[in-house]
Design a protein around this ligand. Structure first.
Ligand SMILES: C[S@@+](CC[C@H](N)C(=O)[O-])C[C@H]1O[C@@H](n2cnc3c(N)ncnc32)[C@H](O)[C@@H]1O
Length: 249
């Protein structure tokens, strides 16, 4: 039985002591099967089916190169569920924002997206201006990031990378029909702005994954999204990964 061990946890007052505590718990398990640690998850005696998903694991080993990208494997497997579902529906895919494009690169390889007849629209600012942007900067933000993401997907012609601010950039270019959407922008205004423009374009059966929905640090997003979706008769399913999941009907 496979396990996935990562020491990436957020929110500990003493990370080393916290990890020692997790290790102590592992040492006292009756069986060391099916353990997942990292990304603020600690589970055991689980199937962890995604670890047996060869297309996912091959792509993840190739493209998840830093500790956080590796720690969020379970989240990535949730996205893969949305992608595989979306491939059976009419419409294109949306990633807002994409940052380095790591999640999409893994998913793209896992399903051989380049051979599909769909397009995948990736949006991001790619640069960070603290005077005008409410979300936090990330290490690789800068003038080079847009070009580096373009290069990362140079071999996949149906990936469209757009630099700009959501929701404004959606007026320049966005799919008419959407079969899968992942919103991961760490700010409520941008995500509700995306919903305002794109929700009605999601086809029945399409999955929406809200990366930050379950995290206390991003509670403002959850509150804004709950209110926006409930008016339209939808409820978000909060997943243990911290993601929120909505299936459009
Ligand atoms: C956590 S990262 C995305 C990671 C990516 N989804 C992945 O899984 O690999 C969040 C990104 O959202 C972008 N972002 C935040 N607000 C935005 C907005 N209004 N329009 C476009 N991108 C935005 C940021 O620039 C940042 O790169």
């Amino acid at each position: 039985m496979n396990s996935h061990i990562s020491t990436v946890f957020w929110g500990a007052s003493d990370h080393a002591q916290f990890i020692a505590g997790v290790q102590h718990c592992i040492d006292h398990l009756a069986s060391h099967a099916g353990i997942y640690t990292g990304d603020n998850l600690f589970t055991f005696q689980k199937n962890l089916s995604f670890l047996e998903d060869e297309p996912l694991m091959n792509a993840w080993r190739k493209h998840a190169t830093d500790a956080v990208e590796q720690a969020i494997l379970w989240r990535t497997s949730v996205l893969l569920g949305g992608v595989r579902n979306g491939l059976k529906l009419g419409g294109d895919f949306v990633e807002g924002g994409c940052y380095k494009g790591t999640s999409v690169r893994i998913l793209c390889d896992a399903v051989d997206f380049g051979s599909s007849n769909k397009r995948w629209f990736l949006y991001d600012l790619f640069e960070h201006d603290p005077s005008t942007m409410s979300h936090h900067a990330m290490p690789e933000h800068g003038t080079q990031l847009y070009r580096s993401v373009l290069e990362r997907f140079a071999d996949v012609p149906n990936i469209i990378v757009k630099q700009g601010r959501i929701p404004e950039v959606l007026m320049e270019s966005a799919p008419e029909k959407i079969a899968f959407m992942h919103l991961d922008m760490n700010n409520a205004e941008a995500e509700v702005g995306a919903l305002e423009v794109l929700w009605e374009r999601m086809v029945p059966g399409a999955m929406l994954v809200l990366d930050d929905y379950g995290w206390l640090a991003y509670r403002a997003q959850k509150l804004a999204e709950d209110a926006w979706l409930q008016v339209r008769g939808f409820h978000v399913i909060e997943l243990p990964t911290g993601q929120g999941l909505v299936i459009k009907q």
